[in-house]
Design a protein around this ligand. Structure first.
Ligand SMILES: [Zn+2]
Length: 409
Protein backbone atom coordinates (compact mmCIF):
# COMPACT_ATOMS: atom_id res chain seq x y z
CA UNK A 1 0.00 0.00 0.00
CA UNK A 2 1.25 3.50 -0.87
CA UNK A 3 1.80 5.69 2.18
CA UNK A 4 -0.42 8.72 2.36
CA UNK A 5 1.63 11.66 0.99
CA UNK A 6 0.29 14.16 3.49
CA UNK A 7 0.97 11.77 6.35
CA UNK A 8 4.49 11.24 5.06
CA UNK A 9 5.03 14.99 4.82
CA UNK A 10 3.78 15.50 8.35
CA UNK A 11 6.07 12.79 9.68
CA UNK A 12 9.00 14.32 7.82
CA UNK A 13 8.34 17.86 8.94
CA UNK A 14 7.97 16.84 12.57
CA UNK A 15 11.61 15.81 12.51
CA UNK A 16 12.71 19.39 12.11
CA UNK A 17 12.66 21.59 15.16
CA UNK A 18 12.86 25.30 14.38
CA UNK A 19 16.28 26.59 15.52
CA UNK A 20 14.80 30.09 15.82
CA UNK A 21 11.93 29.39 18.26
CA UNK A 22 12.29 25.66 19.14
CA UNK A 23 8.84 25.03 17.65
CA UNK A 24 8.28 21.69 15.95
CA UNK A 25 7.20 20.87 12.43
CA UNK A 26 9.11 22.94 9.89
CA UNK A 27 7.51 22.60 6.48
CA UNK A 28 9.84 21.81 3.58
CA UNK A 29 9.24 23.98 0.49
CA UNK A 30 12.40 24.16 -1.63
CA UNK A 31 15.31 21.88 -2.48
CA UNK A 32 18.60 22.21 -4.34
CA UNK A 33 20.79 19.13 -4.33
CA UNK A 34 24.59 19.18 -4.62
CA UNK A 35 25.45 22.78 -3.98
CA UNK A 36 29.12 23.72 -3.29
CA UNK A 37 29.43 24.12 0.47
CA UNK A 38 31.69 27.18 0.10
CA UNK A 39 31.11 29.91 -2.44
CA UNK A 40 33.76 32.44 -1.43
CA UNK A 41 36.64 30.18 -0.43
CA UNK A 42 39.35 30.85 -3.03
CA UNK A 43 39.76 27.84 -5.36
CA UNK A 44 43.29 27.95 -6.73
CA UNK A 45 42.75 25.39 -9.53
CA UNK A 46 39.82 24.51 -11.78
CA UNK A 47 40.22 20.89 -10.65
CA UNK A 48 39.71 21.85 -7.01
CA UNK A 49 36.78 24.12 -7.90
CA UNK A 50 34.76 21.56 -9.87
CA UNK A 51 35.37 18.77 -7.37
CA UNK A 52 34.73 20.88 -4.31
CA UNK A 53 32.46 19.11 -1.77
CA UNK A 54 28.75 19.76 -2.08
CA UNK A 55 25.82 19.67 0.31
CA UNK A 56 22.05 19.85 -0.06
CA UNK A 57 19.87 22.88 0.47
CA UNK A 58 16.48 21.87 1.87
CA UNK A 59 14.57 24.94 2.99
CA UNK A 60 12.05 24.55 5.79
CA UNK A 61 9.55 27.15 6.98
CA UNK A 62 8.50 27.44 10.62
CA UNK A 63 4.73 27.94 10.97
CA UNK A 64 5.25 29.29 14.51
CA UNK A 65 7.77 32.11 13.96
CA UNK A 66 8.03 32.44 10.15
CA UNK A 67 11.72 31.56 10.07
CA UNK A 68 13.29 29.82 7.05
CA UNK A 69 16.22 27.47 7.46
CA UNK A 70 18.23 24.89 5.51
CA UNK A 71 17.31 21.80 7.53
CA UNK A 72 20.00 19.77 5.70
CA UNK A 73 22.77 22.17 6.79
CA UNK A 74 25.89 20.62 8.32
CA UNK A 75 28.13 23.26 9.92
CA UNK A 76 30.96 20.77 10.40
CA UNK A 77 31.55 20.72 6.61
CA UNK A 78 32.51 24.38 6.47
CA UNK A 79 36.05 25.67 6.77
CA UNK A 80 36.03 29.40 7.47
CA UNK A 81 39.62 30.57 7.12
CA UNK A 82 41.66 33.51 5.79
CA UNK A 83 41.24 31.84 2.36
CA UNK A 84 37.61 32.99 2.41
CA UNK A 85 37.36 36.11 0.28
CA UNK A 86 34.00 37.58 1.15
CA UNK A 87 34.99 41.25 1.10
CA UNK A 88 32.80 43.66 -0.86
CA UNK A 89 35.13 46.51 0.09
CA UNK A 90 36.44 47.00 -3.45
CA UNK A 91 33.12 48.37 -4.64
CA UNK A 92 32.62 52.15 -4.31
CA UNK A 93 28.83 51.55 -3.98
CA UNK A 94 29.36 49.17 -1.06
CA UNK A 95 31.97 51.37 0.61
CA UNK A 96 29.67 54.35 0.44
CA UNK A 97 26.95 52.28 2.15
CA UNK A 98 29.34 50.99 4.85
CA UNK A 99 30.61 54.50 5.61
CA UNK A 100 27.07 55.90 5.75
CA UNK A 101 25.96 53.02 8.08
CA UNK A 102 28.91 53.62 10.42
CA UNK A 103 28.35 57.37 10.47
CA UNK A 104 24.60 56.97 11.14
CA UNK A 105 25.23 54.54 13.99
CA UNK A 106 27.78 56.86 15.59
CA UNK A 107 25.50 59.89 15.34
CA UNK A 108 22.32 58.12 16.43
CA UNK A 109 23.79 56.58 19.60
CA UNK A 110 26.66 59.02 20.20
CA UNK A 111 29.26 56.28 19.85
CA UNK A 112 32.44 58.15 20.61
CA UNK A 113 35.30 56.89 22.76
CA UNK A 114 33.40 53.64 23.27
CA UNK A 115 34.36 49.97 23.00
CA UNK A 116 32.87 48.10 20.08
CA UNK A 117 32.80 44.32 19.73
CA UNK A 118 32.20 42.97 16.25
CA UNK A 119 31.20 39.32 15.88
CA UNK A 120 32.11 38.05 12.40
CA UNK A 121 34.17 41.11 11.46
CA UNK A 122 35.53 39.60 8.23
CA UNK A 123 38.63 41.53 7.21
CA UNK A 124 37.74 44.22 9.78
CA UNK A 125 36.64 46.98 7.40
CA UNK A 126 33.47 48.05 9.24
CA UNK A 127 35.03 47.89 12.70
CA UNK A 128 37.89 50.05 11.46
CA UNK A 129 35.39 52.59 10.13
CA UNK A 130 33.58 52.74 13.50
CA UNK A 131 36.90 53.25 15.27
CA UNK A 132 38.09 55.85 12.77
CA UNK A 133 34.91 57.92 12.59
CA UNK A 134 34.08 57.84 16.32
CA UNK A 135 37.54 57.51 17.94
CA UNK A 136 36.35 54.20 19.37
CA UNK A 137 38.29 51.11 20.29
CA UNK A 138 37.40 47.75 18.80
CA UNK A 139 37.58 44.01 19.34
CA UNK A 140 36.83 41.94 16.25
CA UNK A 141 36.21 38.18 16.02
CA UNK A 142 36.52 36.20 12.81
CA UNK A 143 38.44 33.08 11.78
CA UNK A 144 38.63 34.59 8.27
CA UNK A 145 40.51 37.71 9.45
CA UNK A 146 43.87 38.25 7.70
CA UNK A 147 46.44 39.93 10.00
CA UNK A 148 48.54 42.63 8.35
CA UNK A 149 46.54 42.83 5.12
CA UNK A 150 45.16 46.29 5.85
CA UNK A 151 48.01 48.46 7.15
CA UNK A 152 45.54 51.29 7.77
CA UNK A 153 44.09 49.32 10.73
CA UNK A 154 47.32 49.82 12.68
CA UNK A 155 46.35 53.48 13.20
CA UNK A 156 43.50 52.45 15.49
CA UNK A 157 43.03 50.72 18.82
CA UNK A 158 41.64 47.43 17.50
CA UNK A 159 42.30 43.88 18.64
CA UNK A 160 41.46 41.09 16.21
CA UNK A 161 40.85 37.56 17.41
CA UNK A 162 40.95 34.89 14.68
CA UNK A 163 38.21 32.75 16.12
CA UNK A 164 34.44 32.31 16.21
CA UNK A 165 32.87 34.40 18.96
CA UNK A 166 31.56 32.30 21.86
CA UNK A 167 30.78 32.59 25.55
CA UNK A 168 34.43 32.03 26.40
CA UNK A 169 34.96 35.61 25.21
CA UNK A 170 32.28 37.02 27.53
CA UNK A 171 35.16 38.57 29.47
CA UNK A 172 35.32 41.19 26.69
CA UNK A 173 32.73 43.88 27.31
CA UNK A 174 31.63 46.35 24.70
CA UNK A 175 29.32 49.34 24.72
CA UNK A 176 28.20 47.98 21.37
CA UNK A 177 27.94 44.41 20.05
CA UNK A 178 27.89 44.56 16.29
CA UNK A 179 27.21 41.56 14.05
CA UNK A 180 26.81 42.12 10.32
CA UNK A 181 26.17 39.45 7.67
CA UNK A 182 26.99 36.66 10.13
CA UNK A 183 23.77 35.45 11.80
CA UNK A 184 22.57 34.01 8.47
CA UNK A 185 25.60 31.66 8.59
CA UNK A 186 24.58 30.29 11.99
CA UNK A 187 22.11 27.39 12.16
CA UNK A 188 21.10 27.55 15.82
CA UNK A 189 20.05 31.17 15.80
CA UNK A 190 18.13 31.17 19.11
CA UNK A 191 21.06 29.48 20.90
CA UNK A 192 23.39 32.10 19.44
CA UNK A 193 21.31 35.20 20.29
CA UNK A 194 20.66 33.80 23.79
CA UNK A 195 24.43 33.35 24.16
CA UNK A 196 25.01 36.98 23.11
CA UNK A 197 22.41 38.10 25.68
CA UNK A 198 24.10 36.04 28.43
CA UNK A 199 27.51 37.47 27.48
CA UNK A 200 26.17 41.02 27.87
CA UNK A 201 25.03 40.06 31.40
CA UNK A 202 23.95 42.97 33.53
CA UNK A 203 25.44 45.64 31.24
CA UNK A 204 21.93 46.51 30.13
CA UNK A 205 22.86 49.74 28.31
CA UNK A 206 24.78 47.71 25.69
CA UNK A 207 23.62 48.40 22.16
CA UNK A 208 23.35 45.48 19.75
CA UNK A 209 23.43 46.05 16.01
CA UNK A 210 22.64 43.15 13.67
CA UNK A 211 22.47 43.12 9.89
CA UNK A 212 21.24 40.16 7.80
CA UNK A 213 19.82 39.66 4.29
CA UNK A 214 16.04 40.17 4.14
CA UNK A 215 14.36 37.02 2.84
CA UNK A 216 11.27 39.10 1.97
CA UNK A 217 13.06 40.47 -1.09
CA UNK A 218 14.50 37.04 -2.00
CA UNK A 219 11.00 35.54 -2.00
CA UNK A 220 9.37 38.52 -3.70
CA UNK A 221 11.95 38.82 -6.52
CA UNK A 222 12.48 35.04 -6.69
CA UNK A 223 16.17 35.84 -6.17
CA UNK A 224 17.33 32.21 -6.38
CA UNK A 225 20.94 33.43 -6.59
CA UNK A 226 20.61 34.58 -2.98
CA UNK A 227 20.06 31.04 -1.66
CA UNK A 228 23.30 29.14 -1.05
CA UNK A 229 24.86 26.69 1.35
CA UNK A 230 26.74 29.03 3.71
CA UNK A 231 23.48 30.88 4.35
CA UNK A 232 21.52 28.40 6.41
CA UNK A 233 19.23 30.97 8.08
CA UNK A 234 16.82 33.31 6.29
CA UNK A 235 15.11 36.13 8.19
CA UNK A 236 12.16 38.38 7.53
CA UNK A 237 11.56 41.42 9.78
CA UNK A 238 8.99 39.36 11.72
CA UNK A 239 11.15 36.30 12.41
CA UNK A 240 14.13 38.50 13.32
CA UNK A 241 12.09 40.69 15.64
CA UNK A 242 10.42 37.71 17.35
CA UNK A 243 13.83 36.07 17.87
CA UNK A 244 15.37 39.08 19.59
CA UNK A 245 12.36 39.72 21.82
CA UNK A 246 12.25 36.06 22.87
CA UNK A 247 15.95 36.20 23.70
CA UNK A 248 15.47 39.18 26.04
CA UNK A 249 16.03 42.25 23.86
CA UNK A 250 13.95 45.34 23.35
CA UNK A 251 14.09 46.54 19.72
CA UNK A 252 14.97 50.18 19.16
CA UNK A 253 14.86 50.08 15.37
CA UNK A 254 14.17 47.51 12.67
CA UNK A 255 14.47 48.64 9.06
CA UNK A 256 15.70 47.69 5.61
CA UNK A 257 18.60 49.25 3.71
CA UNK A 258 20.72 48.73 0.60
CA UNK A 259 17.75 48.65 -1.79
CA UNK A 260 15.82 46.48 0.69
CA UNK A 261 18.49 43.75 0.51
CA UNK A 262 19.49 44.04 4.16
CA UNK A 263 17.57 44.00 7.41
CA UNK A 264 19.01 46.07 10.22
CA UNK A 265 18.09 45.62 13.87
CA UNK A 266 19.17 47.81 16.78
CA UNK A 267 18.26 46.68 20.29
CA UNK A 268 19.17 46.78 23.96
CA UNK A 269 18.58 44.18 26.68
CA UNK A 270 14.93 44.40 27.76
CA UNK A 271 13.84 45.18 31.29
CA UNK A 272 12.26 42.12 32.85
CA UNK A 273 8.99 43.82 33.79
CA UNK A 274 8.43 45.35 30.35
CA UNK A 275 6.83 43.27 27.60
CA UNK A 276 8.44 44.53 24.37
CA UNK A 277 6.00 45.14 21.52
CA UNK A 278 6.43 44.11 17.86
CA UNK A 279 8.07 46.71 15.65
CA UNK A 280 5.92 48.19 12.82
CA UNK A 281 7.97 46.50 10.04
CA UNK A 282 7.30 43.01 11.44
CA UNK A 283 4.91 41.01 9.30
CA UNK A 284 2.86 38.06 10.53
CA UNK A 285 3.67 34.43 9.80
CA UNK A 286 0.83 34.08 7.28
CA UNK A 287 2.37 36.80 5.10
CA UNK A 288 5.65 34.84 4.88
CA UNK A 289 3.73 31.69 4.07
CA UNK A 290 1.95 33.46 1.18
CA UNK A 291 5.29 34.81 -0.11
CA UNK A 292 6.68 31.26 -0.07
CA UNK A 293 3.80 30.04 -2.25
CA UNK A 294 4.46 32.92 -4.70
CA UNK A 295 8.18 32.07 -4.70
CA UNK A 296 7.47 28.41 -5.49
CA UNK A 297 5.34 29.43 -8.48
CA UNK A 298 7.86 32.01 -9.73
CA UNK A 299 10.86 29.70 -9.30
CA UNK A 300 9.96 27.46 -12.22
CA UNK A 301 9.22 30.42 -14.52
CA UNK A 302 12.46 32.13 -13.53
CA UNK A 303 14.54 29.02 -14.21
CA UNK A 304 12.86 28.58 -17.59
CA UNK A 305 13.52 32.24 -18.43
CA UNK A 306 17.25 31.91 -17.75
CA UNK A 307 17.56 28.60 -19.58
CA UNK A 308 15.95 30.26 -22.62
CA UNK A 309 18.34 33.20 -22.29
CA UNK A 310 21.35 30.87 -22.18
CA UNK A 311 20.05 28.89 -25.15
CA UNK A 312 19.55 32.11 -27.09
CA UNK A 313 23.10 33.26 -26.32
CA UNK A 314 24.42 29.90 -27.52
CA UNK A 315 22.42 29.68 -30.76
CA UNK A 316 23.28 33.28 -31.65
CA UNK A 317 26.95 32.49 -31.12
CA UNK A 318 27.22 35.25 -28.52
CA UNK A 319 29.78 35.48 -25.75
CA UNK A 320 28.51 36.02 -22.19
CA UNK A 321 30.24 36.64 -18.87
CA UNK A 322 28.94 36.86 -15.32
CA UNK A 323 29.99 39.94 -13.29
CA UNK A 324 30.34 39.16 -9.58
CA UNK A 325 32.19 36.04 -8.40
CA UNK A 326 30.76 35.94 -4.88
CA UNK A 327 28.05 33.70 -3.50
CA UNK A 328 25.36 35.01 -5.86
CA UNK A 329 27.54 34.19 -8.88
CA UNK A 330 28.18 30.64 -7.66
CA UNK A 331 24.45 30.15 -6.94
CA UNK A 332 23.42 31.53 -10.34
CA UNK A 333 25.83 29.28 -12.29
CA UNK A 334 25.23 26.19 -10.15
CA UNK A 335 21.44 26.31 -10.16
CA UNK A 336 21.32 26.84 -13.92
CA UNK A 337 24.08 24.25 -14.40
CA UNK A 338 26.11 26.59 -16.59
CA UNK A 339 29.59 25.36 -17.41
CA UNK A 340 31.06 25.79 -20.93
CA UNK A 341 28.41 28.31 -22.04
CA UNK A 342 30.15 30.90 -19.88
CA UNK A 343 33.95 30.81 -19.67
CA UNK A 344 34.74 33.73 -17.39
CA UNK A 345 33.43 35.54 -14.34
CA UNK A 346 34.54 39.12 -13.67
CA UNK A 347 35.36 40.49 -10.23
CA UNK A 348 36.88 43.79 -9.13
CA UNK A 349 38.32 42.15 -5.98
CA UNK A 350 41.99 41.42 -6.82
CA UNK A 351 42.05 38.60 -4.23
CA UNK A 352 39.39 36.71 -6.26
CA UNK A 353 41.06 37.19 -9.65
CA UNK A 354 42.96 34.16 -10.94
CA UNK A 355 40.90 31.74 -8.85
CA UNK A 356 37.94 29.62 -10.01
CA UNK A 357 34.21 29.43 -9.34
CA UNK A 358 33.31 26.64 -6.90
CA UNK A 359 31.20 23.99 -8.60
CA UNK A 360 31.12 25.21 -12.20
CA UNK A 361 34.84 26.07 -12.57
CA UNK A 362 34.85 29.38 -14.50
CA UNK A 363 38.05 31.38 -14.20
CA UNK A 364 37.69 34.70 -12.34
CA UNK A 365 39.20 37.63 -14.22
CA UNK A 366 39.73 41.38 -13.78
CA UNK A 367 37.43 43.81 -15.63
CA UNK A 368 40.33 44.78 -17.98
CA UNK A 369 40.31 41.22 -19.35
CA UNK A 370 37.03 42.06 -21.08
CA UNK A 371 38.89 44.37 -23.50
CA UNK A 372 40.38 41.19 -24.94
CA UNK A 373 37.44 38.84 -24.41
CA UNK A 374 34.85 41.37 -25.68
CA UNK A 375 31.60 39.83 -24.38
CA UNK A 376 28.26 40.48 -26.10
CA UNK A 377 26.35 39.95 -22.85
CA UNK A 378 27.23 40.77 -19.22
CA UNK A 379 25.06 39.21 -16.51
CA UNK A 380 25.26 41.32 -13.35
CA UNK A 381 24.74 39.41 -10.11
CA UNK A 382 23.46 42.27 -7.98
CA UNK A 383 21.26 45.05 -9.43
CA UNK A 384 22.63 47.56 -6.89
CA UNK A 385 25.99 47.52 -8.72
CA UNK A 386 24.45 48.04 -12.16
CA UNK A 387 25.40 51.71 -12.51
CA UNK A 388 28.93 51.13 -11.14
CA UNK A 389 29.48 48.22 -13.56
CA UNK A 390 28.05 50.03 -16.56
CA UNK A 391 30.38 52.95 -15.87
CA UNK A 392 33.33 50.58 -15.72
CA UNK A 393 32.26 48.90 -19.00
CA UNK A 394 31.96 52.32 -20.62
CA UNK A 395 35.47 53.26 -19.46
CA UNK A 396 36.73 50.01 -20.98
CA UNK A 397 35.13 51.05 -24.28
CA UNK A 398 32.56 48.23 -24.14
CA UNK A 399 28.79 48.37 -24.66
CA UNK A 400 27.52 44.80 -24.18
CA UNK A 401 23.92 43.90 -23.46
CA UNK A 402 23.41 43.86 -19.66
CA UNK A 403 21.14 41.33 -17.93
CA UNK A 404 20.24 41.36 -14.23
CA UNK A 405 18.58 38.48 -12.31
CA UNK A 406 15.52 39.30 -10.26
CA UNK A 407 14.11 41.85 -12.66
CA UNK A 408 13.29 39.51 -15.52
CA UNK A 409 9.65 38.76 -14.84
ZN1 LIG B 1 10.23 29.00 14.56
Amino acid sequence: MQPDIQELKNTLSLEYMCPNCYGEGMEIFHETKNFPIHTVLNMTTREKAVHYPCGDIVLGFCPSCGFISNVAFDASLLEYSPECEESQGFSPTFNEFARRSAQQLIEKYDLRHKTIIEIGCGKGDFLTLLCELGQNQGIGFDPAYVPGRDQHQQNYDIKFIQDFYSEKYACYHGDVVCCRMTLEHIYNTADFVNMVRRSIGNQTDTLVFFQVPDVTRILHDCAFEDIYYEHCSYFSPGSLGRLFRTCGFSILDLRTDYDEQYLILEARPAFKDVQPLPFPLEEDVKTVENSIRDFQRAYRTTMEYWRRQMQHIKTQGKRAVVWGSGSKGVAFLTKLNISDEIEYVVDINPYRQGTYMAGTGQRIVAPEFLQVHRPDVVIIMNPIYRREIQQELFQLGLTPEVLVPGKEL
